[in-house]
Design a binder for this molecule. Structure first.
Ligand SMILES: O=P(O)(O)OC[C@H]1O[C@](O)(CO)[C@@H](O)[C@@H]1O
Length: 532
């Protein structure tokens, strides 16, 4: 079989297995039975299960994509820039990183990071991917790229020829693509949700244009698909382990890379698991680890998942090996199974809208008037819901005192989420915060680049168990970038997203420490120094 699952030290209640077997879950899932998640989920599940067919139905894309890539290369267009959020960019990023082919991904509102992508336009083709066709970030990226091509001297027809669009039939983006004369439009199956779309046009189009072998990806998924109706298949075992982890108090899934050749898979799985399960006050919290022995790999509420490797005792752990196509399909199937065990609908994301609504309101009416409680060096500190109560910020070590107070506010079995509204490339060192903080606490610590995480773990933060505390890091914008034909800039949008999410978390009473870096580079160094 193309996917192999193994597990060590995890107590899987026999009742879980027996129930799944009695209910014939494996065969019913493959038959796309929408009643598997209960009556409340049935209408949505009825239009969300076509991902099971994708290893076969997506085959027809391969020849078209091979032809399109050859055409683009013949015109010297060898740089592929993908604009898309969450499920519309995470899979292509893993596919291309694993294949070792270059793909530039724009899933940020950080002005510096967006500006840095506007280079080499003479050899750039842009893929704009959005299922809904309404995502604000992606629309802003399309606008800035159209303007950049125009500024480089391309006329309307030439600009259209630089765009490839992936969207659902009838979306506003489908209309825009037609109006702008996009070179190619791929209409995806609307019966596949965003985070289950890795093997659809959303995963395949940018990856194939960048040079990845998507035919093999689909073959590897098809090999696994043949086994999925069997009651003991590897993906079912993975789903059972995730569900059993939840039932036995291990509701944090630490995702670590094995020594196989998958690169960055956990970033994709993070969205799948968090957005699918984090709702109704429960869920599985994915924690993306830097390595199998990174801080946070073992704790009483953690189940370690080694992707592309074997289990790592002594703590309970599992290993999932197999090629990327099988991993995508297997984790999707396992998440659907775990969703049934958890008793949630794995296909909706009911709490993602809260931050988006606050963001739109702030863009319309202006940012909230907030003053820092203190500024220490290059870091201005703001607190919400008691995060800074009683903390002495007059000392030079005020930043570490504030962070320690936040960690002390994590409830039993809770977690700290670090959310960085920064430049994923230029401010990359901020990513070191996760491990540094995880060293200071026995609780799970996650890290997300914004606004990407808002389309991923953001659902869990608001809809999962109310046990999170939050560290939001924003940074001064040195050179802002307008969003063409919009009354706001990327910097304003980024700030509104940060303020909007703060508001959504404050509405839920969660403790939040907001650190604003008045000088990004100096602030990151100061913060890391304060923690190490
Ligand atoms: O493809 P779209 O519609 O732009 O959505 C992007 C992402 O946003 C979300 O809908 C959440 O905001 C994700 O589920 C999805 O993957």
């Amino acid at each position: 079989m193309s996917l192999a699952f193994s597990c060590a030290g995890l107590d899987v209640p026999q009742a879980v297995r027996t129930q799944l077997a009695e209910d014939d879950v494996a065969a019913r899932l493959v038959a796309e039975d929408p009643t598997l998640w209960g009556p409340d989920a049935e209408s949505e599940a009825a239009v969300r299960l076509a991902w099971l067919d994708l290893p076969a139905t997506s085959r027809e894309l391969v020849a078209r994509l091979t032809g399109l890539r050859a055409e683009l290369l013949a015109e010297g267009l060898d740089r592929v820039l993908l604009c898309g959020m969450g499920g519309s960019s995470l899979a292509p990023e893993v596919i291309c990183r694993t294949a070792g082919v270059p793909l530039v991904v724009l899933d940020t509102t950080d002005p510096d990071q967006v500006a840095a992508a506007l280079t080499d336009l003479d050899r750039t083709v842009v893929v704009v991917s959005s299922k809904s066709g309404e995502t604000l970030e992606t629309d802003s990226h399309r606008r800035v790229l159209v303007a950049a091509f125009a500024a480089a001297g391309l006329d309307e027809r030439q600009i259209g020829a630089r765009f490839v669009v992936v969207t659902d039939p009838g979306s506003p983006l489908a209309d825009t693509a037609a109006a702008m004369g996009a070179r190619a439009v791929f209409l995806a199956d609307p019966h596949v949700g965003g985070r289950y779309s890795a093997l659809s046009a959303f995963g395949l189009v940018p990856s194939a244009l960048a040079g990845a072998d998507v035919g093999t990806l689909l073959e590897d998924a098809a090999d696994l698909a043949e086994h999925l109706a069997k009651p003991d298949n590897a993906a079912l075992e993975l789903g059972v382990a995730l569900g059993a982890g939840f039932r036995t108090g291990r509701d944090k899934v630490a995702l670590a890379p094995g020594d196989g050749d998958l690169v960055g898979f956990a970033d994709w799985a993070e969205q799948l698991v968090a957005e699918s399960t984090g709702k109704q006050g429960r869920g599985l919290l994915p924690v993306v680890l830097e390595s199998v022995d990174a801080p946070g790999a073992t704790a009483a509420d953690v189940l370690l998942a080694v992707v592309g490797g074997e289990p790592v005792p002594p703590g309970p752990s599992m290993g999932v090996t197999g090629p990327l196509g099988a991993q995508f399909l297997g984790w999707q199937y396992a998440t659907a199974v775990a969703g049934r065990i958890l008793g949630i609908n794995p296909f909706d994301q009911p709490d993602v809208a809260a931050s988006k609504e606050h963001t739109r309101r702030i863009l319309d009416s202006g940012p909230p008037d907030e003053q820092p409680v203190a500024t220490i060096g290059a870091i201005a500190l703001y607190g919400a819901n008691g995060a800074l109560d009683g903390v002495d910020l007059s000392q030079h070590d005020g930043v570490s005192l504030a962070v320690d107070a936040l960690l002390a506010a994590v409830p039993p079995r809770g977690y700290l989420a670090v959310m960085a509204y920064l430049d994923r490339a230029g401010d990359a060192r901020a990513g070191e915060l996760r491990a540094a903080l995880a060293e200071r606490t026995e609780h799970a610590v996650t890290f997300g680049w914004a606004p990407r995480f808002l389309h991923s773990t953001g659902q869990y933060h608001k809809g999962g168990p109310p046990t999170g505390v939050f560290l939001q890091v924003t940074g001064e914008v040195s050179e802002d970038l307008p969003v063409p034909d919009r009354p706001y800039s990327f910097g304003m949008l980024q700030a509104a997203q940060a303020a909007g999410d703060r508001q959504a978390l404050a509405d839920r009473g969660r403790p939040l420490l907001h650190l604003h870096l008045t000088d990004r580079a100096a602030g990151i160094v100061q913060l890391l120094d304060a923690l190490c």
